[in-house]
Design a protein. Sequence first.
Length: 420
Amino acid sequence: MTSPKKWYTGVTHYQWLVLLVASLGWVFDAFEGQLFNLTRGAMLSDLLGVSPGDPMAMQWGDRFLGIFLVGGTLGGLLFGSLGDRLGRKPVMVVTILFYSIFSGLTYFATELWHVGALRFLVAMGVGGEWAVAAALVAEIFPRHARTHAGGIFHTTGILGTWLAAFTAMGVENEWRIAYLVGILPALLTLWIRSSIKEPERWHAAKTKGDRMGSYRDLLGNSKWRARALLGMALAAVGLGTFWGVCVATQDLTRELLLNLGYTAADADHKAKFAYGIVQVLGAGVGQLSFGPLCARWGRKPTFAVMHLLSFILILVVCWIPGAYWQVLMLLPLFGFASLSIHAGYAIYFPELFPNHLRSTGASFCFNTGRLVAAPMLIFSGYVKSLYSLPIAITMLGCLFLLGLVFLRFLPETKGQELPE
């Protein structure tokens, strides 16, 4: 009896190269997205002349986050469509140049409107790069390796988050230097131009004369429209629960520690460690596992299990821990389930659409989902102002169950070739 072949059997050196290059683009994508969150205290206190915790600084920080969400959505829709029209390679180069150059220019920002304009342009590049890179990986890898490659691709974004954290810690209050580091990804475009080719599938669709990257075709065809809107809803659940629930475990941990008698400084430090290191480590393992689980169980069952497990675990996290060590035991499990879902988007969304709409459709799902989920930032704050933190997070955690409803109407793509 022959043993089952490994998922990487038959994967060529070039396919590994594509995965490496696409993953590096996503690493720096995540880096650029997280850098502002980690440096905004020093930046805004400098530009406004106030302390980092000043309400005015916090207000402007939230405004810039809103600007980033809008820029990411518009950039994703624009560059996602161009990725189908012009090819994956040139648009990937442009998106990386967008976010790296405008990040570097933030070094020279002296006014709030400078920051707002530059964050909008950085976000356009960040929003566009993911869809093009995800489509490229899906098209280059053979069917039996596609889920594993997509999972690895998305998981590397965690490295970008850590890189941003270490950069911010290294520069401390010299926030401008951190944005100079952000220009380094521009060098990656030289490698992309010299080493990456357009996928055969893209050339085939172009030769057939299909309308490439047409939103009219995406939303005018009932089959693709249904997949786009349901994919958007699924992404909105994952991104909404990220902002409303996953990030809030830090606040939950801090509150527990304060109730246990820890000092404010000690509670804050331990809460950041529990969320930023322990929970994120669990998330990394979960995202790496999502691809193999998709290959074994199917896409929809894997999504369903993780949504249900996330709901159960957030109930446990909210109501069971009575000591810090219990939090450290539970958060990796919650991170594993709740954040593994995000790796599924890179695997599943490109599989829902044909060659001439793949980047457009995947980008529509992810980036429009992000815009739909954006009000969660306001709504979650409102709910947390009305109820205690455990009750509020439990209520928000019910959104995980909504994902099960949307999955009911989406197709299973396990074992299928990409739509032509």
